[in-house]
Ligand binder design. Sequence first.
Ligand code: C2E
Ligand code: MG
Length: 441
Amino acid sequence: MRLNNTPNFVYYDPFTAISNQKAFQDEMKRVFAASRRRNTRFALLYLSFDYFNKDEAFLVAIENKLCSGVRKSDMVARLKENEFLIVLLDIKNPEDAAIIAHKLIQEFEKPVFLGNQSFTMTLNIGISTSPEDGEDLYRLQKNANIALYLAKEQGKNTYQYCLSTPGIKAISHVATDRNLKQALLNNEFRLHYQPKIDIKSGEVVGVEALLRWKTARGDMVSPAEFIPLAEATGDILPMTEWVLRTACRQTKMWQASGLNKLSVSVNLSTRIFTENNFLHTLEDYLRSTGLNPRHLVLEISERFLLEDIGNSIEFIKKLKQIGVKISIDNVGISNASFSYLKLFNIDYLNIDRTFINLITTDPINATIINELVTMAHGLNIKVVAEGVETKQQYEYLQKAGCDEYQGYYFSKPIPPEELIGFLEKNRNTHASATETKNTSR
Ligand code: C2E
Ligand code: MG
């Protein structure tokens, strides 16, 4: 679609993509060549919207706003359903791109009227600039994509620069796309497991599998550093398959050695939702490891789930047909209405640790948490508190009616070989604590 008097709009239709994609790539070759020749800088903005809607009127509204928010000489392109690119030509400093990003976010905060309905849109923007973040399209686009992922993690209506921009929290230099692939081949990934405890009974009812990367040089790289990169490069798919296979096999072994009701939670990237084969692969792992699907919980981050509600609902339906449990992860306070919960058939809701951190400081949080628990229980959803670090937080959550908790107060994530010993020691401590209580009565 090309609008009059507007920037060059390149439309990436998934069905006729080749010619349009080629047009965009050709255009970008010219942009890179001109910037090299004239020694100028340009920025690539990678955008995606929350609550994306496929209606044509909605799309036209988005395109109009994007095109009117930039100069005529700039370029706007639709990459995939809910992914848009903007090329800002001839910018002086990398920071100039933030001014446009901020302006676009503000523009989308103004309501759009379609028929007699009005709505506002929220979005996230990842920014990379050339030459700093890449001198070819692949690198520049990948870096903007990583920045977009980080922006999404921060919340709605935010933009984030690419990691190589000075002053921005730097990604570990260990994580480059080449050594990420190599790490998978070299078997450098490990899983640590963090117990989940039933608040009423005090029993460990499950564990969350958390990825750890120990590089050949012996460095430990945090998942927060390499998951965004793996998302952008697509390595997240083989990585998730490895995590699932390993976690299912390990849990089945624990069940066989006596922890027969233990469940395992695995974090699932929503990128998986577009993988046709994923559901078969999942069924395959469950069959080959012998783990009962009801003992596998798939955690999906709230931010990513809400981005494309339609597809998420469909995908979750299919997962539920397999028999696995679903949990919404990293539920924060930014979404205080929680009315969206009714849309999904889910089993657990994980309250994010940033919120748990605040629960004992402000009475308003007590109201929010009580509302959340009441609403979740009304929908037959269990509430899990994450990142519980203190006795005070634990007691507060117990009173509020939370079902399970997880956090350093009970245990950090631990290597699999330590779990049984840890639980045994804990049971003994628990037993002797109870005995002491009984005898002192
Ligand atoms: P998450 O799913 O929200 O996992 C919880 C994170 O909080 C973990 O960080 C855990 O170590 C940390 N944590 C647990 N209890 C406490 C506490 O009491 N205090 C504090 N300060 N932190 C606590 P970790 O292991 O670094 O993982 C970070 C994120 O990386 C995870 O957040 C998850 O989103 C992602 N991740 C980890 N493993 C995988 C994976 O296999 N696949 C995918 N897609 N993402 C993963
Ligand atoms: Mg999680």
